[in-house]
Design a protein around this ligand. Sequence first.
Ligand code: XIL
Length: 320
Amino acid sequence: GFHIGTAVAGGGHHETMPYPDPFTSDQPYRAVLAAEFDSVSAENQMKWEYIHPERDKYNFGMADAIVKFAQRNRQVVRGHTLLWHNQNPAWLTGGTFTKDELRSILRDHIKTVVGRYRGKIQQWDVANEIFTDSGQLRTTENIWIRELGPGIIADAFRWAHEADPKAKLFFNDYNVESVNAKSNAYLALIKELKAQGVPVDGFSAQSHLSTRYGFPGDLETNLKRFSALGLETAITELDVRMDLPADGVPTAAQLAQQADYYNRTLTACLAVKGCDSFTIWGFTDKYSWVPVFFQGEGAATVMWDDFAKKPAYYALKETL
Ligand code: XIL
C-alpha cells in the first residue's frame, strides 16, 4: 500500500526554461517516469490557471493525458489543487463577482474537475497553503477565504467528497514538517472540522527542504499527531535544494547531506502509520522549479539533467 511518487513536470512559470513540455516531448523523461514511480502528481496541470483558463472554458488536455499515462503504467494519481491563493486565472482574481457567484464558481469548479476524474484520483489536495507560517489563515491573499469567510474550506471538502466519495481529501502545506505554529494551526482546524463531520482524510507536508537549514528532526513526531486523529499523512513535494558553488557543481559533501535529508524524510514517513504516499517534486534537475524560484540554489532533485542518479536516489532506494 505504499506509493512512491513524483510531480509530472510542465505547465509552470518556468519562463527561463528553454524546453517544450517535458511530459509530451521528452521520451527518456517519460521512460523514467513510468519505470521508477507508482504515483504521479500534476506539477501545474490541474491548477486553476491551467485547467480553468476562462470562466466558461476548461483545459483538460494535459490532466487527461497524465491520468491516462498513470492508468497505463499502474500508477495512482494525486490531484493538486482546488483551493489555493496562487496560480489562479486572471478572470477570477481580476473579476467582479457577488459572493453567491464566487461560491458557485468554486463549487462548479470542484464538481467539474473532481467529478471528471472520479475513481481515478487517490488523493486530492483540496486546500493548499491556507495558513501563514505564524498559523494565521491567509485572509487577504486567499480569494476564497477573503470573500467567503473560513467556512468555505469545509464546503470545498464537502463538494470534493460529493464529486468523488472514494478520493482521500487532504490539507497540504509547506513549513509544516515540524511541530510549529503552522502545523499546530492545522491540527486545531482539522480537529474542529472532524468534529463537525467534514470529510477531511489527510494532512500532508510538502517538504521543500534546503540544506541551508537543519533537517526537521521532529517530522515523525509531528506526523504522528495527525495519524493519532485517524488521518492519513503524506509527503507530497519533497525536494532538497542547496547553495550552488560558483562553478554550479555541488560538492560531494553537499550531495551527501542532500541524500541524508531525502533518506530521513522517507524514514520518518515509513515510521508513521497511514503515511503511505511519498512524492518528490520532480525527479530530474533538468525541469526542477528550484533554480527559477530560489536564487542561487538548485540541484534539488535525485537525478542530474541527464537522468544520472545522485546519492539521494540510492539513499531512497536503499531505504525502501
Ligand atoms: C510550483 C511548480 O513546481 C512550478 O512549476 C510553478 O511555476 C509554481 O508552483 N507549493 C505547491 C506547488 O503547492 O504547487 C508549487 O509548485 C511549489 C510550492
